[in-house]
Design a protein around this ligand. Structure first.
Ligand code: ALA
Length: 866
């Protein structure tokens, strides 16, 4: 049975048993800032287990994309070294939300493995939590007592992290071996854990307390890679059909085959694992960067590249493997095929970028290990490798480890922290910051707010909670800056790139200025405000009114991003995808995938198309649909976005259809005008357009117009003649500069214009000119040195004082090549001046700040030649 059949058999089996087949969620968890990546099938159901969310079904099954590279569940270091650990893997799971519990979970598990899969019952072992007699009894109906073991928390109590749903669990293991079994064998490769059945009973909160769940539930997880290996009679996941084609492809490229040596096997496996992982991550919208999730992706790619280097792979190769990954997985995860072009571009760009510094970094590290007095790589070197050569710390550690070295991690962390402190001032945020505990706790107390701002600008509502400095308070008064949540609000909380609304809240005797609106959780809108007058309490009724003008400006900008997106796809191609945006009242920016700078023709074409769509005055219609319905209608859905059961689709007369929760104009004509300000690069393969609309665009055009008039006035010309006049002025400046150069050329320090050649000395039959001269810049110093070198057919060293330092130029005639080197002269004389110098044998430059030493430096040239 191949792995696709196994995946399908699993989902089919549970569907037959009343479970709803649910699509895998993104690797980037939505609305869960406590988690970097989806690391289990239950992640998309976390709130359903705790009772904060509900679904229309009580039984579900899925094949979930998972990653375990950080936090409590981290397998990164094990990848390649064991038969069964991966960064990315697929978790098959069945779930019960307060429906069935232990008995059915155990029966379904046993039924699937021994019935549907036909696995040999005698080779299956199970473990249960220490005091879980109930589970033990239930298992005894299927498995003899001697193959049921009790284990501690470490093995048989599962929690998703420091907080969240958790409970005792029961694991099913496969025995690859024969004969008697000891408890310790379960940690060895003789056994493979295949399935974990978690009996969800508690919710762990940040204070470490475990409160019982409203209804006991079931969460299970089985690694598809492991089950595939067992079903295919293999002892290692790497030999299953999920990996063999990828490893074969890597072997072919690198010229090494699996099974030659342990070292080679590890490299091949790491590369196969990492490329699979990177393909999926980029497919879910993660882009390599220096922080957060993007940095995990960058580390994974750079690790893969370095393992390629270990297989003596010296040119970029990762993109060649992508088609094999997508061939194998594209049917189950169509997003891979859809984004194949983009994934390839991103990986290719990242690989090329690392190749630029990889060899230099490796050399530095090698030298360091040769000269080091101890077996420790200093934190400073590790930091330099990170900062200058792009070596993630773990790559440095791997190479160090292979050579018996370790890395001073404390010092490295210290330097990283310093750098972070410096960077923090300019930090823009990546959307991955943690939700303040106070809002999580409000949420768990049932506090929710509903957004009515698609239709209303003003609403009367009641305060549910007031927060001051991260703590809930009962009341607040004039002069204070607090945040509050109401039952209903017309204020849009910052999300999906659209900035939050501003406005006011009033009541008799109360005046509040709302300076921003956030949405720390999907269903909690928080108003940040300043109380101007009066006092507010929990329960106070307020009239909330948004700043209608600012909102209208934001609407114009937001609708324009949709029109822009369409125009970019029409002009540049279908590979263009939105990669992010920031939409506020005064301007907006739009990031998208594209691999070249846009030409000015392309920019003009895009601007023209957007303005045409505006002039057509197209009506917008908003639909509420299921995600699948919207996608079937052809709506563009975005990378890394989580969509709920119902989505909003914005349809601009069939012209553009996008899933979007933002606020929009009713007719495109409201936008009036659209003007692009700039186009630039934000990351490899990601471009940014900044633009203005409506009054903002008109203000900009007016400013340009004033500027044009100002320039013309200064030039004493008509605006239409200004450019021509500037051109003429520039020509005149260049001519004057040339005259000046000629006038000064050849003048010695004393000021007399003389032929310096007469001041040359003859040493060992060579004409040597060593002199301080008075010139305005280095360029002229170089011209003079070359002139006299050729005239004397000898050696020239000229010095000049420029910007309070000595500049040196050395020139040696080619007839002396091999005998005298300008590079050496520049280097040695510069050193005397406390500086650095060097260059080619016939021409070199240098200098230094120690002006006092000039005579000594000049004199040294004669000594060098005798
Ligand atoms: N959530 C459980 C696990 O990941 C099934 O092992």
């Amino acid at each position: 049975m191949n792995s696709s059949d196994i995946r399908e058999a699993f989902l089919g089996y549970f569907e037959k048993n009343g479970h709803v087949r649910v699509k895998s969620s993104s690797l980037v968890p939505a609305n869960d800032p406590t988690l970097f990546f989806t690391n289990a099938g239950m992640v998309q159901f976390k709130d359903v287990f705790t009772g904060e969310d509900s679904r229309s079904y009580q039984r579900a099954c899925s094949s979930q994309k998972c990653m375990r590279v950080s936090g409590k569940h981290n397998d990164l270091e094990n990848v390649g070294h064991t038969p069964r650990h991966h960064t990315f893997f697929e978790m098959l799971g069945n779930f019960s939300f307060g429906d069935y519990f232990k008995e059915e979970a155990i029966d379904f598990g046993w039924g699937f493995l021994t019935g549907q899969m036909g696995l040999d019952k005698n080779r299956l072992y199970v473990t249960v939590f220490r005091d879980d007699e109930e589970a033990e009894k239930l298992w005894e109906r299927h498995v003899p007592k001697n193959r049921i073991l009790r284990m501690d928390e470490k093995d048989n109590f599962w929690a998703m992290g420091d907080t969240g749903p958790c409970g005792p669990c029961s694991e099913i293991h496969w025995d690859f071996g024969k004969g008697p079994v000891a408890q310790s064998d379960f940690d060895s490769d003789r056994f493979m854990e295949i399935w974990n059945l978690v009996f969800m009973q508690f919710n762990k909160t940040a204070d470490g307390k475990m409160s019982p769940l409203a209804a006991p539930s079931i969460d299970t997880g089985m690694g598809l890679e492991r089950l595939s290996a067992i079903m295919q009679g293999k002892h290692s996941n790497w030999e299953s059909d999920l990996f063999v084609p990828i490893i074969d492809c890597v072997s072919e490229i690198c010229g090494n085959s699996h099974g030659q040596s342990r070292e080679i096997d590890i490299s091949l496996r790491v590369i196969a694992d990492h490329i699979r992982c990177a393909t999926f991550l980029i497919g879910d919208g993660v882009i390599p960067s220096n922080e957060g999730r993007g940095y995990v992706l960058r580390r994974i790619l750079r690790r893969a590249i370095r393992y390629g280097k270990r297989l003596e792979q010296n040119v970029p190769f990762l993109t060649e493997i992508i088609p094999v990954v997508i061939d194998g997985m594209g049917a189950a995860y169509p997003e891979l095929a859809t984004h194949q072009h983009f994934i390839t571009k991103v990986i290719g760009a990242e690989e090329e970028r690392f190749y630029e510094t990889l060899d230099k970094g490796l050399e530095l590290l090698k030298n360091e290990m040769t000269v080091a007095g101890s077996k420790i790589i200093s934190g400073d070197v590790a930091f330099k490798l990170y900062d200058t050569f792009g070596f993630p710390l773990d790559v440095t550690q791997i190479i160090a480890g292979e050579n018996g070295f370790s890395v001073d991690e404390n010092r490295f962390d210290e330097m990283m922290n310093e750098q972070r402190k410096r960077a923090r001032a300019s930090w823009k945020g990546s959307g991955e910051h943690a939700v303040a505990d106070v809002y999580k706790s409000l949420h768990s107390q049932g506090i929710r707010s509903s957004f009515v701002g698609y239709f209303e600008n003003t609403v009367e509502s009641e305060i549910l909670a007031i927060v001051l400095d991260g703590k809930r308070v009962r009341c607040a008064e004039a002069g204070m800056e607090v945040s509050f949540v109401t039952v209903e609000t017309p204020f849009y909380g910052e999300s999906g790139g659209q900035m939050g609304d501003v406005g006011v809240a009033v009541a008799p005797g109360i005046e509040i200025e709302i300076v921003g609106t956030r949405k720390p959780l999907t269903d909690v809108t928080v108003h940040d405000c300043r109380i101007i007058k009066g006092e507010i309490f929990q329960g106070t009724k307020l009239t909330l009114a948004i700043d209608v003008e600012a909102r209208q400006a934001t609407r114009c900008n937001h609708t324009s991003t949709h029109l822009l997106h369409r125009a970019l796809r029409q002009t540049l191609g279908e590979h263009v995808k939105q990669a992010g945006s920031l939409v506020g009242p005064s301007r907006f920016r739009f990031d998208f995938s594209h691999f070249q700078q846009m030409t000015s023709e392309e920019l003009r074409e895009v601007e023209k198309q957007v303005n045409e769509s505006i002039r057509k005055n197209l009506p917008l219609i908003t639909y509420e649909l299921t995600y699948d319905e919207a996608v079937a209608k052809g709506a563009l859905a975005f990378f890394g976005e989580k969509y709920g059961e119902k989505v909003r689709m914005i349809d601009i007369s069939g012209h553009s259809m996008e899933l979007c929760g933002g606020t929009h104009v009713s007719m495109t004509g409201e936008i009036g005008i659209f003007k692009i300000l700039s186009e630039s690069s934000v990351a490899a393969g990601v471009r940014r357009i900044e633009a203005l609309t409506a009054q903002g665009a008109l203000d900009y055009i007016e400013a340009m117009e004033n500027w044009r008039i100002e320039i013309a006035k200064t030039l004493k010309a008509q605006p239409s003649e200004a450019a021509e006049k500037i051109k003429k002025l520039m020509e005149r400046v260049r001519a004057l500069e040339k005259d000046l150069r000629n006038a000064m050329s050849g003048r010695s320090e004393g000021g007399d214009v003389a032929d310096l050649a007469s001041q040359a000395r003859e040493i060992a039959g060579i004409g040597v000119l060593v002199k301080k001269v008075d010139v305005p810049d280095r360029k002229m110093l170089a011209e003079l040195a070359e002139k006299y070198r050729d005239k004397l057919q000898g050696v020239v060293l000229l010095a000049a004082e420029l910007d309070g330092k000595i500049a040196l130029v050395a020139a040696v005639h080619k007839s002396l090549s091999g005998k005298v080197s300008a590079g050496d002269i520049a280097k040695k004389t510069s050193e005397i001046l406390g500086g650095k110098g060097g260059g080619r044998p016939d021409f070199a430059q240098g200098g230094g700040a120690d002006i006092e030493q000039l005579d000594k430096a000049l004199e040294s040239v004669f000594a060098m030649l005798t």
